[in-house]
Design a binder for this molecule. Structure first.
Ligand SMILES: [Fe+2]
Ligand SMILES: [Fe+2]
Length: 365
């Protein structure tokens, strides 16, 4: 058991002592894995640190938090078992394979970045599936633990294109550039040894140093290519942060290209949803809470707000299971507290999760 600052606690760590609000509400019980939503609530009460158990069992147990009683009827289950999703997945896997071939040929100097066919396929996936189940819900469900860099890059490309639309970019050529920013943002990883890329567990400082070279390596790979400059900048700047805490140069917000700022958000979003801690949920409110816990000064706040608000909005009307096992429907999103919507319960009463800090969303059903 050890005491950790709330900001340092990762969702999934097991709480060693219960947390009670000043008004006596039980916020989280001892022995349970903490969620990002609970951690947000706890920070509202000014709690600075918590006692948690060892990290190793934490992740294990958090995975078991899947709502077993609803397996077979969760929203994720319905999506994953639909014909539309099967078709989406086939097209998506084809895009990732194409990207792998393009990048391999390019890096081994057997070809240039010949991505016309891939871009056409991405646009088709996008246009055919942007209605119906919703492309973002399908992207959440297509996630795999330890997905390849190519799959991750296709994810970031598609999510960035969606985000571009939400930001009001209507020019198709601009959206194509943004999509390509996503496709090639991690191209520098093709020069990083595989043992480092696929290593399980934390990297040594030396390995981390090698890994952190990928933005510069990517930029150099793309330098001579006749492509939009913003694609090269996205490879170079997607790990830069507005407050100067990023790498490789520690640039601050005025020096980071607007498209790179979008990629920095969609890249982290994809990494968060792929994180094994979230496998149980596949529900976006936990991911949104995780983003909201991250320091606001790191990301472009306007882009982040529009991105997360649109994701949250697309879940209005969706069923949810709350932490006390009551069920309801998401009725309204609070734009100031995106992970705490207004929920109409099965008995017809309303619960505002912004006020009921003892409750959180356990799953979308
Ligand atoms: Fe990266
Ligand atoms: Fe990435």
């Amino acid at each position: 058991m050890r005491q950790i600052e709330v900001a340092e606690i990762k969702p999934g760590m097991i709480l060693a002592e219960k947390i009670v609000s000043p008004r006596g509400q039980l916020l989280a019980d001892a022995g349970t894995p903490l969620t990002a939503q609970q951690l947000l609530h706890v920070s509202y009460y000014g709690v600075k640190s918590l006692w948690v158990q060892d990290e190793e069992d934490a992740v294990e147990k958090y995975q078991l938090e899947a709502p077993d009683e609803f397996i077979g009827e969760t929203q994720s289950w319905r999506i994953q078992n639909s014909e539309e999703f099967a078709e989406f997945k086939r097209a998506y896997v084809k895009c990732a394979d194409q990207l792998e071939n393009i990048i391999n040929d390019f890096v081994t100097k057997q070809g240039n970045l010949d991505d016309d066919a891939l871009m056409e396929d991405i646009k088709t996936v996008f246009e055919e599936h942007s209605t119906g189940l919703g492309i973002m819900a399908m992207m959440l469900n297509v996630q795999e633990i330890d997905a390849s860099t190519y799959k991750h890059s296709v994810n970031v490309a598609i999510i960035s294109r969606v985000c571009g639309g939400w930001l009001g970019i209507t020019d198709k050529k601009e959206l194509d550039v943004l999509t390509m920013c996503g496709l090639y943002h991690d191209i520098g990883k093709s020069l990083i040894p595989n043992e480092i890329l696929t290593k399980e567990g934390p990297l040594t400082p030396e390995e981390f140093g090698r890994m952190a070279e990928h933005p510069l390596l990517g930029y150099h790979l793309l330098t001579g290519e006749p492509i939009d400059r913003r694609i090269k900048l996205a490879a170079l700047q997607h790990h830069e942060r507005n407050d100067g805490s990023g790498y490789p140069y520690g640039l601050t917000k005025d020096f980071i290209n607007p498209f790179s700022k979008i990629i920095s958000i969609t890249d982290v979003y994809d990494a968060m949803t792929a994180d094994r801690c979230y496998r149980a949920g596949v529900c976006p409110f936990e991911v949104i809470a995780q983003f909201q816990r991250a320091e606001p000064s790191k990301y472009d706040q306007k882009v982040l707000q529009i991105f997360l608000e649109n994701i949250a909005d697309s879940y209005i009307g969706t069923g949810v299971l709350l932490s006390d096992n009551s069920r309801g429907i998401i009725t309204m999103i609070n734009s100031k507290a995106l992970s705490s919507p207004l929920v109409k319960l099965d008995d017809g009463t309303f619960v505002d999760l912004r006020e009921r800090t003892d409750l959180f969303i356990k799953a979308c059903i």
